[in-house]
Design a binder for this molecule. Structure first.
Ligand SMILES: Cc1cc2nc3c(=O)[nH]c(=O)nc-3n(C[C@H](O)[C@H](O)[C@H](O)COP(=O)(O)OP(=O)(O)OC[C@H]3O[C@@H](n4cnc5c(N)ncnc54)[C@H](O)[C@@H]3O)c2cc1C
Length: 1002
C-alpha cells in the first residue's frame, strides 16, 4: 500500500513537472535582467550577500549620487567577484560618468520592476487591476499588506486602517467580478472572493511574548474591527505565522478571538502551521482539538516556514535549542505528514497547501484523493511572482490555486523581498534545484529521506552540567529565559511569588565567615512601591569595617596559597548554585532594583557568566610561562594576588557587576570586602550566601553594607586595603582614585579599577534602516529607565534622515508602557530612588530650557502608581552638541537628538564629550561603517544594533577617557588587574655546566 502510494505521489509529481513545460519561473529566467541578477547571486555567496544588502538599502537611497555610492561600495570592493556586466553598470552609474542619469534611471526602473514581480500594487486601488488579472487567469488571491513589526502604536493603527480600507475597497468591487468557479466554489460551499493575510506583529508595537496575555489582548483589540468588517463583507482572513517566538501568541490570538460570541459564526478565519518546526505536529493537533471542542471550521494553511535562516541564527546567538529542522528532507517529510493529518479532518479543516515544491504538493494531492476528497476540498497556494510554471501546472490539473499577493510600498516591503530572494537562491530550494540546477526529475520527486532526528521529541533546553575545574568545557554564555515558552513565563511568575513570600527578611553582616548583627539597620525598598520593604540589612559602621579588614587579612595567606584550581572551583560551584535559583534571583531584582523580567534575567545570567568566565581565566593565567630561551638561564613569569580587595558596587547591575567584581578579585586570590550599593543590599546578601555555600573560606568574602560614602571613604583610605574595584559615577570614581593615591597601604600604592560613566551616542546615517534605528534607540535609551552606563543618551542623526527618524522615535516613545516592573507589560520601570528621580528631573528642566521636548509619556490619571519613583522617557530634539543635556551623564530615560549635516560633523559631535564608553552606528554603507569603526573612539562600538547588553566574553565591556581606568570586564585582560606579575630568573649553570632545556620545569 505504502509503495503503491509512493509511486502515485511520484507519478503525480511527474505529471505536474511535465505540465510546467520546462519553462523557468520569470524571476529565475535569465532572459530578463532580474533572472541574470539571480544567476549572479547563485554563482557566488559573497556576491549574493552584497546583492541582498543592496536590495535592502535601495528604497532608502534618496539621490543619484547615493545610489552610485552604494553600488560602488557594495560591488566594487575587494573580495566581491562582481560579473563584468555588473561592474560596467556600477561604472556607468558613477557621478562622473556622462551617462550617470540614464544609468540611474535604468537601475531604478529595474529595481522597481524586480519588486513589482512580488508586489501586486501600492494599495487596494492600485492592486485591483492585478487582482482582476489573477482571476482572469483562474487564480484566487490572499492579500497581504507589506511591513511587519510596527515600532509605534501610530504605525500599528495605520496597519489596522489599511486592512479595513482594503476590505472596504475590495468588497464592493469583488461583487462585480465575474464568477470563476474553480476559485470561488469549494466542497463546503462558496468561498469569499476577498481574502486577506495579516501579521500580528504589525498590529501592536509593544508585542512581546514576555507579556503574553497583554500582547494577545492588544492584538485582539486591533483585530476585532477587522474581523467584524471581514464578516460583514464576506471576506476571509488568515493570521500568518512569523518568527517562532510569536507562534504561541498567534495561535492564542486566533483561537481566543474566534471563541468570542460575536465571531462564533465566522468560518473564514485561517491559521498557518510551519512544517519546519520540530513540534509542528503539536501545532496541528492543538488547532484541530480546538476546532473539535468548539465545533469550528477554519482554514489551515500548511507552509514550510519562511524564517529558517533567522531561526537558526537566533538560536545559536541565544544558546537555545534550534526550533526548526536542520535537515531539509525532515521539513519536507513533516509537511507530507501534516498534510495527511489536515486532510483527515475535513469536518473542521479547510486545507491549503502553500508550497512551490512539486513533490510536496503531489503528496498532498494524492493523499486527498486517497481519502476520497473532492479536488475542491483543498487548495494550493503559491507566492505572487514565484514559480509560475508550477501555477500553470496546478491550474491545468483543475485544482484551486490562490496566490499570496502583497500590497504596499517598497520600504516596508524589503524584509519580505529579501526573504523571497533568499528562498529563491537557497541551495536547498526546490525552485532552484528544478529550474536552475536542472536536478534530475527522479531526484526531485523522491520521498524525503529523513534524518535520525525526525520524530524525536523536540529539543528542550539542555541542562548545563556543573563545570569541572579539572577539565572545563569551553565558556558559553548562560542562555536567557525564553519567554516565548510558557514554562519560562510561568516559572518567572512562580519565582516572583516565592520572592514576595520572603520579603522583609533581615540580613546580618558577614565578617570572617560569621554573621554579625548590628543595632542599626538599613532598609531596602521596592522603587516601584517604596512602602514595600524588600528586606533590612545590618549596618556596617567603622568598627565593622575594621573587623572586615582584619578578617580579610587573616584569610589572605591561606587563600593566596590555595591552588588556583580550587579557587576557580568555588566560582564554578557558585555558578551552579546561581543557575539553580536564577529566576528567583532575577525576580528579586525585579522587586529590589526595579528591573523588568528581561532586564533582571539578563542581570542574573551575566552574574553566572562572570563566575564561569573568570574561573576559566584564572586557570589560564595560572600557568607559569617560560620567558626567553637561552641556555643556562631559567626565567618564569607568573602572577600573585594583590592583597585585600574592596569592592564598591553599583545598584544598576546589582548582581552581575557585583558578582563580576567580587569573583574576579576572589579567584585571583584576594580576600574581598563587599560594600554593596545602598539601594540593593538584599541581592548582594544573596551573592554572599551563594559564594559562601560554594566554599569561599571564612574571611574571603566579607559582606559590609553601609550607608552613603562615609565607610566607603574610610575603607578607601584604609591602610589595610590594597585594591579597590569600583563601578559608579565619575565623581565618586575620581574621588576614589585621588584618595587611594594619597593613602597608600604599607604594601604600596593601591591599585584602583574604576568603571565610570558614559555619554553614549548612536549615529544614524542617511541610509539607516529606520525600523532598526528607532527600535534599537528606544531599547538602548529607555529600557531599565536609561540607568545603564552603556545607555544611549545622544542620538546624532544625519540631516537627510533626521525628520523621518525623529517622527518615528517620537511615536515609538509615546507608545512605551511605563509602570511597575513586576507587570509583564511594563517596558520602562521606575528609577532607583527619590534622589535619582529628582536629579533626572533637574536635567529634564534643563532640557526644556535648552532644547525642544518632542515626546514623553504622560502619567496615568491619578499619577504614577504606589508613589513609585517614576520618570517617564523624554526625547529632546534639535539639541545643540554642547548643551548640558548633551554633555553630562544623566542616568535616566532622557535622550538628546542632535542633527549633523554629514558624517564628519556626526563624528566630531560623537567624540566631543569627556566620556568614551559605548557608541553605535546604524548604517548600510560599507564605507561609513569602515570609517566609523576607525574614528568613533569608544570602548564598545556597536554597529546596526543597540548599544547595551554586552555579554561576557563576546563583548568585553568598558571604556576610557573619563569612562574609567582599567581593562574590560568580561574580557581577557580583566583578571590581570587583580594580580601582580612576578618573574623569577635562575642561573642554572654551575661550573660551566647547564642542564639541557627539556629537564627544566616549565
Ligand atoms: C501562499 C503562501 C503563504 C505563506 N505564508 C507563510 C507564513 O505565514 N509563514 C511562513 O513562515 N511562511 C509562509 N510561506 C513561505 C513558506 O513557508 C516557504 O518559505 C516557501 O513557500 C518555500 O517553501 P517551498 O515548499 O515552496 O519550497 P522548498 O524549496 O521545498 O522548501 C524550502 C523551505 O524548506 C525549509 N528549509 C530550508 N532549508 C532547510 C534545512 N536545512 N533544514 C530544514 N528545513 C529547511 C524552509 O522552510 C524553506 O523555506 C508562505 C508561502 C506561500 C506559498
Amino acid at each position: 500500500m505504502a509503495v503503491d502510494r509512493e509511486s502515485q505521489v511520484q507519478q503525480t509529481a511527474r505529471e505536474i513537472l511535465a505540465l510546467t513545460h520546462q519553462s523557468k519561473p520569470s524571476v529565475l529566467s535569465s532572459e530578463r535582467w532580474q533572472g541574470e541578477m539571480m544567476d549572479w547571486a547563485m554563482s557566488d555567496e559573497r556576491l549574493k550577500v552584497e546583492m541582498l544588502r543592496f536590495v535592502d538599502v535601495f528604497p532608502t537611497l534618496r539621490s543619484r549620487s547615493e545610489i552610485a555610492r552604494h553600488l560602488r561600495e557594495y560591488f566594487a570592493r575587494q573580495g566581491v567577484a562582481a560579473p563584468k556586466a555588473l561592474r560596467w553598470g556600477v561604472n556607468l552609474a558613477a557621478p562622473r560618468s556622462p551617462v550617470a542619469p540614464l544609468a540611474n534611471a535604468v537601475i531604478r526602473k529595474q529595481m522597481k520592476g524586480f519588486a513589482q514581480r512580488f508586489i501586486v500594487g501600492r494599495d487596494a486601488a492600485d492592486a485591483t487591476g492585478a487582482l482582476r488579472g489573477l482571476r482572469r487567469d483562474g487564480m484566487g488571491f490572499t492579500l497581504d499588506v507589506l511591513g511587519e513589526a510596527s515600532v509605534s502604536e501610530a504605525e500599528a493603527e495605520a496597519y489596522q486602517q489599511t486592512y479595513l480600507g482594503l476590505i472596504d475597497g475590495l468588497a464592493d468591487e469583488a461583487r462585480s467580478w465575474p464568477a470563476v468557479p474553480v476559485v470561488d466554489d469549494s466542497a463546503w460551499g462558496p468561498l469569499p472572493r476577498v481574502d486577506l493575510s495579516l501579521k500580528i506583529t504589525s498590529l501592536y508595537s509593544q508585542i512581546d511574548p514576555v507579556d503574553f496575555e497583554g500582547s494577545a489582548a492588544a492584538v485582539k483589540d486591533r483585530l476585532r474591527p477587522i474581523v467584524r468588517r471581514a464578516m460583514a463583507d464576506g471576506a476571509a482572513l488568515t493570521l500568518d505565522l512569523e518568527q517562532f517566538r510569536y507562534r504561541d501568541l498567534t495561535f492564542e490570538v486566533f483561537t481566543s478571538l474566534l471563541d468570542e460570541e460575536e465571531f462564533r459564526a465566522y468560518d473564514d478565519a485561517g491559521a498557518v502551521v510551519q512544517a519546519y518546526l520540530r513540534d509542528a505536529e503539536q501545532d496541528v493537533a492543538r488547532l484541530l482539538a480546538w476546532a473539535k471542542d468548539h465545533d469550528r471550521r477554519f482554514h489551515l494553511r500548511l507552509v514550510k516556514g519562511a524564517y529558517w535562516d533567522y531561526e537558526t541564527v537566533i538560536a545559536a546567538q541565544e544558546g537555545w535549542p534550534v526550533p526548526v529542522f536542520t535537515h531539509k528532507p525532515d521539513t519536507d517529510a513533516m509537511y507530507e505528514k501534516l498534510a495527511e493529518t489536515m486532510l483527515r479532518d475535513p469536518e473542521h479543516v479547510r486545507p491549503a497547501f502553500a508550497s512551490h515544491n512539486v513533490r510536496s504538493l503531489a503528496a498532498a494531492i494524492v493523499t486527498a484523493r486517497e481519502l476520497g476528497l473532492a479536488d475542491n476540498a483543498f487548495e494550493i497556494q503559491t507566492l505572487h511572482g514565484m514559480g509560475e510554471p508550477i501555477k500553470h501546472a496546478v491550474r491545468a490539473l483543475g485544482l484551486r490555486l490562490r496566490e499570496y499577493a502583497p500590497v504596499g510600498e517598497l520600504i516596508p516591503g524589503m524584509a519580505y523581498l529579501v526573504r523571497r530572494l533568499l528562498e529563491n537562491t537557497a541551495n536547498d530550494s526546490f525552485l532552484r534545484q528544478t529550474f536552475v540546477e536542472g536536478a534530475a526529475v527522479e531526484e526531485l520527486i523522491q520521498a524525503p529521506a529523513v534524518s535520525a532526528d525526525f520524530g524525536r521529541e523536540p529539543t528542550r533546553r539542555p541542562t548545563i552540567a556543573p563545570t569541572d575545574p579539572e577539565a572545563p568545557a569551553r565558556f558559553m554564555n548562560q542562555p536567557h529565559a525564553d519567554f516565548s515558552r510558557r514554562e519560562d513565563r510561568d516559572a518567572y511568575e512562580a519565582a516572583l511569588v516565592a520572592v514576595r513570600a520572603r520579603l522583609g527578611a533581615h540580613y546580618p553582616l558577614v565578617i570572617g565567615g560569621r554573621e554579625t548583627d548590628t543595632a542599626k539597620r538599613l532598609t531596602s525598598v521596592d522603587p516601584a512601591r517604596p512602602a514595600e520593604v524588600i528586606g533590612t540589612v545590618a549596618y556596617g559602621g567603622r568598627a565593622e569595617a575594621e573587623a572586615a579588614v582584619a578578617a580579610a587579612k587573616a584569610a589572605l595567606p591561606a587563600w593566596r596559597d590555595t591552588p588556583a584550581r580550587e579557587r576557580a572551583a568555588v566560582l564554578f560551584r557558585a555558578a551552579e548554585l546561581m543557575r539553580r535559583e536564577v529566576l528567583e534571583l532575577s525576580a528579586l531584582m525585579t522587586l529590589e532594583a526595579g528591573k523588568t523580567r528581561r532586564e533582571a534575567n539578563g542581570d542574573a545570567d551575566e552574574a553566572i557568566d562572570f563566575l564561569e568566565y573568570y574561573g576559566r581565566e584564572m586557570l589560564r593565567l595560572d600557568k607559569q610561562r617560560r620567558m626567553g630561551s637561552v641556555p643556562g638561564e631559567h626565567n618564569v613569569y607568573f602572577y600573585q594576588p594583590r592583597g585585600i580587595a574592596l569592592v564598591v558596587a553599583p545598584w544598576n547591575f546589582p548582581l552581575a557587576i557585583l558578582t563580576g567584581m567580587t569573583s574576579a578579585a576572589l579567584v585571583a586570590g584576594n580576600p574581598v570586602i563587599v560594600k554593596p550599593a545602598g539601594p540593593t543590599p538584599v541581592i548582594a546578601a544573596q551573592m554572599t550566601r551563594i559564594l559562601t555555600e560554594a566554599g569561599a573560606p571564612p574571611g574571603t568574602v566579607n559582606f559590609l553594607p553601609s550607608p552613603g560614602g562615609e565607610v566607603g571613604d574610610f575603607l578607601v583610605r584604609h591602610p589595610g586595603v590594597d585594591l579597590i574595584v569600583f563601578t559608579g559615577s565619575m565623581e565618586v570614581g575620581l574621588d576614589i582614585i585621588s584618595h587611594s593615591a594619597q593613602n597608600p597601604s604599607p604594601e604600596g600604592v593601591k591599585k584602583v579599577v574604576a568603571e565610570m560613566g558614559g555619554k553614549n551616542a548612536v549615529i544614524v546615517d542617511t541610509d539607516a534602516d529606520l525600523d532598526v534605528a528607532v527600535a534599537e534607540v528606544v531599547v538602548s535609551a529607555f529600557h531599565y529607565a536609561g540607568q545603564k552606563c552603556s545607555a544611549a543618551s545622544r542620538v546624532i542623526v544625519l540631516e537627510a534622515a533626521y525628520d523621518d527618524f525623529v517622527r518615528r522615535l517620537v511615536e515609538a516613545t509615546r507608545s512605551l508602557t511605563v509602570g511597575p516592573p513586576a507587570d509583564a507589560s511594563t517596558r520602562v520601570g521606575p528609577v532607583i530612588t527619590a534622589e535619582a528621580k529628582q536629579k533626572i528631573e533637574g536635567y529634564i528642566a534643563q532640557g526644556k530650557r535648552e532644547a525642544r521636548l518632542a515626546a514623553t509619556v504622560e502619567p496615568p490619571e491619578g499619577g504614577w502608581p504606589d508613589d513609585g519613583f517614576y520618570v517617564a522617557p523624554h526625547v529632546f530634539v534639535d539639541v545643540a552638541p554642547d548643551a548640558v543635556i548633551a554633555q553630562e551623564e544623566i542616568f535616566g530615560p532622557v535622550v538628546a537628538v542632535i542633527k549633523a549635516k554629514d558624517m564628519d560633523e556626526a563624528l566630531a559631535i560623537a567624540n566631543g564629550v569627556k566620556y568614551a564608553l559605548t557608541g553605535g552606528l546604524i548604517s548600510r554603507s560599507p564605507a561609513a561603517i569602515e570609517r566609523v569603526r576607525r574614528e568613533f573612539r569608544v570602548g564598545n562600538l556597536y554597529i546596526n544594533r543597540g548599544i547595551t547588553g554586552a555579554l561576557v566574553e563576546r563583548q568585553p565591556f568598558g571604556g576610557f577617557k573619563m569612562s574609567g581606568i582599567g581593562s574590560k570586564a568580561g574580557g581577557p585582560d580583566y583578571l590581570l588587574q587583580f594580580l601582580e606579575p612576578r618573574v623569577i630568573t635562575e642561573n642554572t649553570m654551575r661550573r660551566g655546566f647547564a642542564p639541557p632545556d627539556e629537564l627544566l620545569e616549565e
